[in-house]
Design a protein around this ligand. Sequence first.
Ligand code: ZN
Length: 239
Amino acid sequence: MRVTQEGHLLQLTWMPRFFPVNCYLVEEADGLTLVDAAMPFSVKGIMDTAARLNKPITRIVLTHAHGDHVGALDELKKRIPEAKLYISERDAALLRGDRSLRADEPQTPIKGSVPTKIASKPDVLLHEGDSIGSLTAISTPGHTPGSMSFLDERTGALIVGDAFQTFRRTAVSGTVVPGFPFPAMATWNKAQALSSAIKVLELSPKLLAVGHGNLLKAPGEQIKQAIHTAQLLQKKVES
Ligand SMILES: [Zn+2]
């Protein structure tokens, strides 16, 4: 496991060279917020890193409910039952294994590894604008219907889950990147992903933290370029 620190944010990465999977520890005065829960084998790395920081994990927040973001969840909840679990109201259904769409949603199929055996139940269902310590929840649907991003109000760091990837190339969810097409293949709705990417750009994040790929400092230009590429692909589909 690799650890990369930027201020209050620690990025934990498994398999960084060929299939990077990230989760994050966000330092607060009184404890740590874990954002995403990576893979089943990630438990030890997460617990060891928290122990090294000498602070308890008090919250577990999920960007979305795909398998590579909830893998260690049940085991972590067993070891730290006092940690509260947060996920968007919408993706809480995915966390239960429910792939059905709602009437007001684009009727494109939900893709990717929706887990079917997660025992953990959310303690808090998130909506746009909710606060989780220093983080503000921002709805960024597209990869899944309930995908959320989390803005650290202290630093401008934005954890976006799979709304973007930065591995191989910075891309909006749904844009196929040669050498790492997996996030694109797991994307529910490209039009929504593109709208969410524009919403991310308008937040002017100082640091972009994704599910798959390295941290990106001053990411504005690369976000713009990724949006431009996604818009061109969208036009191709429409014409
Ligand atoms: Zn992912």
